[in-house]
Ligand binder design. Sequence first.
Ligand code: UGA
Length: 424
Amino acid sequence: MAANIAVIGTGYVGLTTGACLAHLGHDVVCADIDSQKIDRLNAGEIPILEDGLEDLVREGVQGGRLHFVLGAANSVTDREFVFLCVPTPQGEDGSADLSYIEGAARQISSSLISEAIVINKSTVPVGSTRVVEQALERPDVSVVSNPEFLREGSAVHDFLHPDRVVIGSDDQAAAIRVASIYLGLAAPLMVTDPASAETIKYASNAFLATKISYVNAIAAVCEAVGADVNDVVLGMGYDKRIGQEFLRPGPGWGGSCFPKDSHALVRIAEDAGYDFGLLKGVIEVNEQQFERVVQKVAASIDGSVDGKKIAAWGLTFKSRTDDIRDSPAIEIIHRLQAQGAVVTAYDPAIGADIKGITVCTDPYAACEAAEALVVLTEWDEFKWLDLDKVASAMVSPQVIDARNLLDRNRLRQHGFRYEGIGRS
Ligand code: UGA
């Protein structure tokens, strides 16, 4: 049955949630505080690069099931369900900053209908369901935790084909009503208490970060013992208990979620009296990984990048997104610049200079007079570029492939020196 839904916040999570819920047949109003953004969204234009999202927004707007309005309070007046999808940035002490979510709750409080359900989709520390209840001061309104597991770049697919839907509520009736929103999806649905639902989200992201740090550490071992990490990972992944997913070595993990959530979980544990040494180690290995890539670049040009021209392919934190928040690519470039390197970058999703980095509009221009090329994001198009053109643009044709993306045999045939991660 179609439900009346409001979604507060039109960032990656809110916009995907709103558009997908409209696609499932619900009547959805999305609210934001930016009036220009609202006008563009009502015209079917979306401000982010996200596979399939623009089509869904247009479909919802044209079908009359998706609307965008200014201000949270305006959006909730006749809504049975209100999703909170506002940011929870990292505070100064590593903990998540709840001011946006508390602010949103206070703004909608007096406009909510009786028996409405407020659903927390933002990633919030354990206990935040209670914080929202307190900010609302509406005993007739239930607050339910319903964490998202959407990857940027495949968020629409992940929403419509989830591995699971988690609902955290002490109120069985409210949990069943929230579950009814997702009836159109073929996925296991799990109902638990709010603290467990909130912990599932942090524990999942921290576990995935742990897998990646583990494989990056194994890559370092592979380099030391002369093994090939790609084969090692393939061999490990055939074991169903391990699986092939999230074992790609790289320049370290980043983005708007893993860094923030792993720090927040360390903090949550600490506040509760547990020293999460394992997760601290995972974060530490990630920091080392940035430095290991920097050192590889330096080693490829006589040990120092000072005054050297270096080309970088990739700026976003992963491919298929235009998001550069906490991007390992940017971190590594900044570290190279701090050591005196002159870096020119190219990224298919970034059109202008950013964060003190010169950005070229084509990948060959970025390589002009460079002494080394470092590949930092796994964009597919990098695999198909004209290697002779790259080589002739560079002073010396050598590649540090921090994503193990390129075909090393083909590069060597074209006269390149090649160095990957965890393999020679
Ligand atoms: C992550 C989770 O995967 C989602 O399930 C979660 O909902 C989301 O955070 C969130 O909390 O909102 P996302 O940040 O979009 O999604 O990106 P991922 O695809 O998880 O990648 C994170 C980082 O790990 C990237 O820097 C990526 O390049 C890196 N990575 C990923 C690797 O280095 N190796 C891998 O095998 C996989």
